[in-house]
Design a protein around this ligand. Sequence first.
Ligand code: FMN
Length: 326
Amino acid sequence: MIDKIYFAPLEDVTGFRFRNLYNSMFSGVDIFFNPFISAVCREGRHKKREEEDVSPENNRDLKLIPQILTNDPGDFLNTAAWLIDMGYKEINLNLGCPSKDVAAKKRGSGFLSVPDRLDRFFEEVFNGLRAAGHEDISISVKTRTGYRDTGNMGRLIEIFNRYPLSEVTVHPRLGRDFYRGEPDMEAFKRFYEEIRHPLVYNGDIAAVEDINEIGNKYPGVSAVMIGRGLIGNPALAREYKGGEPLNPEEYRLFFRNIYKIYRKELNADKYALDKMKELWGWAKDNPMFRDSHRAIRSLLRAKNPAEYEYAKQMVFRTVISYKSKP
Ligand SMILES: Cc1cc2nc3c(=O)[nH]c(=O)nc-3n(C[C@H](O)[C@H](O)[C@H](O)COP(=O)(O)O)c2cc1C
């Protein structure tokens, strides 16, 4: 039985304003993860946007686990110390980012292609935490199954098992797959059978039945992490936990408020519009929109805020007519 739902980090989508909005409108998500922070050395400074995103005042009403991207143990320890000072007790390492630039530097999913280096990284990180008296701090990872192929998977599992990780979240795709193709459930099964840490499933969950299926097939998995599925159905976690399914009016309000946030955060209407189109790309498969495909196509072609607003009204009008059908 899956009892916990995590909101996956989505860079440029799930910043602190988005998280607070989501959390004020929908229940059911237990833990949020921030889009990754790039670790910096002792002389370095974190970006202002990253500082704001993890600052405890900006995350007061929700549980956040901060995520770090790096392959340098010194930088990890430095950024971890900064987060620990703010009161965080768990830190997540990103071993999944598929971006070519990131992977070429052997960070994110690229780090999975150099397992010996990953092994030394963990050794230095856990030694460093111990030396600083931070044995109480939990380190978890969010990983893919490899970068180019699954050839390193056995070795990666063996490395993960040797360190006191608090949790391993697996998104069963390769780095070079980005988000294409089906999740590799054979690879996930291998993690399920061999990993000795609490295991979390992540990837392509879009409906309550998908969560139940993971719970039934892998009863040892206690949590699922969901990203795009919570944009496509923001009430999914609530519904899974026995609450009301999504209603069109709250979806309309949610998207209206996200658009306001992006217009503020991104400082240019064009970027905000592009971001909303990305979200609509994930939302369009919600059965609520089954009569709205033509209106959604116009929305995705909108060239300015006025065209977007008009198309959005048409989308929600067709939802209402669908609702009123016998
Ligand atoms: C636009 C976008 C941004 C993402 N940013 C991050 C990130 O900052 N850190 C991370 O670990 N994963 C990131 N991911 C991956 C997601 O957290 C998640 O693993 C992936 O979308 C699969 O889950 P889903 O099918 O439930 O969305 C991102 C994915 C997308 C589509």
